[in-house]
Design a protein around this ligand. Structure first.
Ligand code: DGL
Length: 277
């Protein structure tokens, strides 16, 4: 007996959610992904709480009316650390959020110095401070909030040249050899940053552990969808069927749009189109 594919909506302000999507499709089959990014309100890491919650609630309500979903992944730390409770009380389907992987980092660090690299919003949130207090007592957790790094990830996927000096400048507070406390483990607390792993690692002279929440999110999605996954007679799960991506603000630069469309195709999307909202 064939079961219809489950519809998973992955949401972010930009391309960052692709790092989560990648992990989700690695271990979940028989799912159809729709990826929605809100470039009209990008960057989320600089928006105040009220504005963010109102916008996301409205946008996801409109989108799911047109494209119903069985599960929503808020693939954005800046939004998850502030809007999850509101979203969960508004929608009746399961909502999975992404928060900085502080706890796993505490098991990895050897020198007990952890760097949290996130958006300005995420590094300042009470939610983040609570995570640190709860899980990283006795460790030193340094924080850098950077929107520039988010835009560098956007640029990279739009085919623009990204220079290593830009990364070196942002990471300089943690990479100088004279520093006493150099983190040996970085928490990539923004979903855009796993798309820049090589560039971030290249800022350091010593090997550095980079930790993100992508795999944990994928496992949570699998757990929530478990009842509806069905294997074929060989015991294999069906392959994913159709993935589509949408943006909320029309691109004025068509070269950038076309480069981005190519990037989305390489991630396995059939289309990248405008969602009018
Ligand atoms: N990808 C997002 C995050 O995880 C946000 C980037 C932004 O729009 O500031 O925080």
């Amino acid at each position: 007996m064939k079961m219809p594919a489950k519809r998973v909506l992955i949401f972010d302000s930009g391309v960052g959610g692709l790092s989560v999507y990648e992990q989700i499709i690695n271990i979940n089959s028989n799912i159809e992904c729709r990826y929605l990014f809100d470039n009209a309100y990008f960057p989320y890491g600089e928006l105040p709480r009220e504005k963010l919650v109102t916008r996301i609630t409205q946008l996801l309500t409109d989108f799911t009316k047109q494209y119903p979903a069985d599960l929503i992944v808020i693939a954005c730390n800046s939004a998850s650390t502030i809007a999850l409770d509101d979203l969960r009380s508004h929608f009746s389907i399961p909502i999975v959020g992404v928060v900085p992987a502080i706890k796993p980092a505490t098991f990895i660090t050897k020198n007990n110095v952890i760097g949290l690299l996130a958006t300005p919003g995420t590094v300042e949130r009470a939610y983040t401070s609570t995570l640190i207090e709860q899980f990283a007592a006795g460790k030193k957790v340094l924080r850098i909030g950077s929107t520039k790094l988010v835009t560098l990830a956007e640029d990279k996927l739009m085919g623009k040249v990204v220079k290593q000096e830009e990364f070196n400048k942002i990471l300089a507070p943690w990479s100088s050899a004279e520093l006493k406390d150099i983190p040996d483990t970085l928490v990539l607390g923004c979903t855009h940053f796993p798309l820049l792993k090589e560039e971030i690692a290249a800022c350091f002279t010593k090997p550095i552990q980079l930790v993100d929440s992508g795999e944990a999110i994928a496992l949570r999605v699998r757990q929530l969808l478990a009842n509806s996954l069905i294997s074929n007679e060989k015991g294999e799960f069906k392959q994913p069927l159709l993935h589509q991506a949408f943006y909320t603000k029309a691109f004025t630069n068509l070269t950038h749009l076309s480069a981005l469309q190519k990037s989305f195709m390489t991630y396995g999307f059939e289309s990248l189109s405008f969602f009018d909202c």
